[in-house]
Design a protein around this ligand. Structure first.
Ligand SMILES: Nc1ncnc2c1ncn2[C@@H]1O[C@H](COP(=O)(O)OP(=O)(O)O)[C@@H](O)[C@H]1O
Ligand SMILES: [Mg+2]
Length: 257
C-alpha cells in the first residue's frame, strides 16, 4: 500500500551515521531520511541495530560519526521532544502487576507537557478519554492494565504516546506477543492515525509479511542499510533483499500465516 506522498519535509535525517558499543561496530554509514507523512517499517535480524537506530534518533545515544537531524534541526539544537512519541521495545510486557488503570497510564503520557507535579486540567482528561476511545479501549478505561490482553495493553501504550499529540511516532516491535488477528487490527489503527492526523511513523517489526502491506516505506538494516525505499520497490525485490540479510532462515520470517 503506497500512494507514496513523496516530497514532504524531512522529519528525520541521518547522514553517514556510525555507532559502536565498546568499540564493537553496530551501525555503519547509515543514510536515512523520513519525510512528513511517511509510515516506515524497519526490518532486520536480531541484533542488527534496529533499536540502536531508534535510540540515536531519540537522542538517547550519540553517533560516533555522522549527524542526526530532527524536524530540520541538528540533534544538539533540537528541544521539542514532545513532538516525538516513543513506545519502547517490550513496553507491553512485565507490567502485569503494575497497579494502574488504562486512564492513569494514558494520562501519565502528558507529564512531559504538563510537568510532573501539576494537575491535569479537565481538557487534558477529556483528551485522554478521546484517545483511549480512539484506540478502541473506551470500555476498559478504568480497568487495571494487568487484566488486559497483550494486544490491548499494547494499545494502552500507543494511547500513552499519542495523548501528547506527537508529530512523529516511533514504535519498537510493538506486535511481539500479540496474536495475528490483533496485529491486523493494530496496523489498521496506525494507518487510520496516519491518514487522519498526518502522523509520521517508524515501526520496527518482525512480521515483514504483514507489515509491508501497511507501510509506504521500508528500510532493511543489518549494520548497514541494505535497502531503503518504497514498499512497492521492496515488494519487487523482497526475496533477494531478505535472502541477503537472513540467509536460509528467511522462510521462518516471512508470510507465516
Ligand atoms: N547497551 C549495550 N551495550 C553493548 N552492546 C549492546 C547494547 N545494546 C545493544 N547492544 C548490541 O548491539 C547490537 C545491536 O543491538 P540492537 O540495536 O538492540 O539490535 P536489534 O534491535 O536489531 O535487535 C547487538 O549485537 C547487541 O547485542
Ligand atoms: Mg531491538
Amino acid at each position: 500500500m503506497s500512494e507514496s506522498k513523496a516530497g514532504g519535509e524531512p522529519i528525520v535525517r541521518l547522514s553517514s551515521v556510525t555507532f559502536q558499543y565498546d568499540g564493537k561496530s553496530v551501525l555503519e554509514q547509515i543514510d536515512f531520511t523520513l519525510h512528513k507523512g511517511d509510515f516506515c517499517g524497519i526490518v532486520g535480524p536480531n541484533g542488527s541495530g534496529k533499536s540502536t537506530l531508534l535510540k540515536l534518533i531519540l537522542g538517547l545515544l550519540v553517533p560516533k560519526q555522522g549527524t542526526v537531524e530532527l524536524f530540520g534541526k541538528p540533534l544538539s539544537k533540537f528541544r521539542e521532544w514532545s513532538k516525538i512519541g516513543y513506545v519502547a521495545q517490550q513496553a507491553a510486557h512485565g507490567t502485569g502487576g503494575f497497579p494502574a488503570t488504562v486512564r492513569e497510564v494514558v494520562l501519565s503520557g502528558l507529564t512531559g507537557k504538563v510537568g510532573l507535579f501539576r494537575w491535569f486540567t479537565k481538557e487534558h482528561k477529556r483528551h485522554a478519554e478521546e484517545v483511549i476511545t480512539r484506540v478502541g479501549l473506551g470500555e476498559k478505561i478504568d480497568a487495571h492494565i494487568g487484566t488486559l490482553s497483550g494486544g490491548q495493553r499494547q494499545r494502552v501504550f500507543i494511547a500513552r504516546a499519542l495523548v501528547a499529540q506527537p508529530e512523529l511516532l516511533i514504535l519498537d516491535e510493538p506486535t511481539v506477543g500479540v496474536d495475528q488477528e490483533s496485529i491486523e487490527q493494530f496496523y489498521r489503527l496506525l494507518r487510520t492515525l496516519k491518514d487522519e492526523s498526518g502522523l509520521t511513523m517508524m515501526i520496527v517489526s518482525h512480521d515483514v509479511g504483514v507489515m509491508s502491506q501497511w507501510v509506504n516505506k521500508v528500510a532493511c538494516l543489518q549494520q548497514r542499510l541494505h535497502f531503503h525505499g518504497s514498499s512497492d520497490e521492496f515488494a519487487r525485490a523482497e526475496e533477494q533483499i531478505l535472502k541477503r540479510m537472513y540467509g536460509d532462515s528467511i522462510r521462518l520470517l516471512t508470510h507465516h500465516h
